[in-house]
Design a protein around this ligand. Structure first.
Ligand SMILES: Nc1ncnc2c1ncn2[C@@H]1O[C@H](COP(=O)(O)OP(=O)(O)OP(=O)(O)O)[C@@H](O)[C@H]1O
Ligand SMILES: [Mg+2]
Length: 227
């Protein structure tokens, strides 16, 4: 079973006079356990593709299946649950809640999902250990470095054990040492937790943490070496 299955996906922005076909009948699959890097020039549609896969935007044409379910046929309530539980999002600028502590930020998805915090006590400890921030659990985001904040946002993305992480230039704002720490963390999450990862990156070095690269150009995939 593929985690992600994209079929003949097109996305057009603008109107008749100013038509911008950003994705042009794109098809590919991502299997469970893969760590895929999505690359391409600025404006080539990487973020657009990621948002479509995450159900944050609707395609002009084509289908997207997540765990074999067509997300554009889902009722809004089911899609919201999929976004909350099955997909973890990581963005370039962390998007942490500034007045919540590290552990409160990590636990946000649990609360949003209406579950009991105490059921996640052990999971929280495990995740704090994985991200190496056990001693910063009571810190606020502005007391952390960029790399540490990104590690917290990754922890928040995996607390509910999603099947897929979608990361949009997760190290785009970090120095090379912090970037490497974040990439090592993604790699270990992919391996140890078996979470499938799709990351957008401009960095060849970061792309090499993945097992496969998809390259977007002029709205099309110009390589997708499916293993
Ligand atoms: N909401 C929108 N309305 C209109 N045009 C949009 C919208 N979102 C994206 N676009 C256009 O779609 C194209 C692709 O944008 P996208 O953000 O997906 O590129 P990208 O590959 O992520 O670029 P970057 O590497 O700079 O982040 C661009 O031409 C952009 O202007
Ligand atoms: Mg982008």
């Amino acid at each position: 079973m593929s985690i992600v299955n994209v079929q003949n996906l097109s996305k057009v922005f603008g109107n008749k006079d100013n038509r911008n076909k950003v994705l042009d009948s794109v098809s590919f699959k991502i299997e469970k356990g893969e760590f895929v890097s999505l690359m391409g020039a600025s404006g080539s549609g990487k973020s657009t593709l990621l948002y479509l896969i995450g159900g944050l935007d609707k395609p002009t044409e084509g289908d997207i299946f997540i765990n074999d379910e067509d997300i554009n046929k889902m009722k809004e309530k089911k899609l919201a649950a999929l976004r909350r539980k099955d997909i973890g999002f990581v963005f370039q600028f962390y998007n942490l809640v500034q007045n919540l502590t590290v552990e409160e930020n990590i636990m946000l998805p649990v609360i949003m999902d209406g579950q009991k915090e105490k059921d996640y006590k052990d999971r929280l400890e495990k995740i704090l250990r994985i991200i190496g921030l056990e001693d910063k659990r009571k810190a606020l985001p502005n007391q952390l470095s960029g790399g540490q904040q990104q590690r917290v946002s990754i922890a928040r993305a995996i607390i509910l054990s999603p099947s897929l992480i979608l990361a949009d230039e997760p190290i785009g704002n970090l120095d090379s040492k912090s970037g490497k720490e974040v990439m090592d963390l993604f790699k270990s999450i992919n391996k140890e937790e078996g979470i499938t990862i799709l990351q957008v990156t401009h960095s060849k070095e970061a792309s090499e943490y993945g097992t496969r690269t998809i390259l977007l150009k002029d709205g099309k995939i110009i390589n997708s070496d499916i293993e």
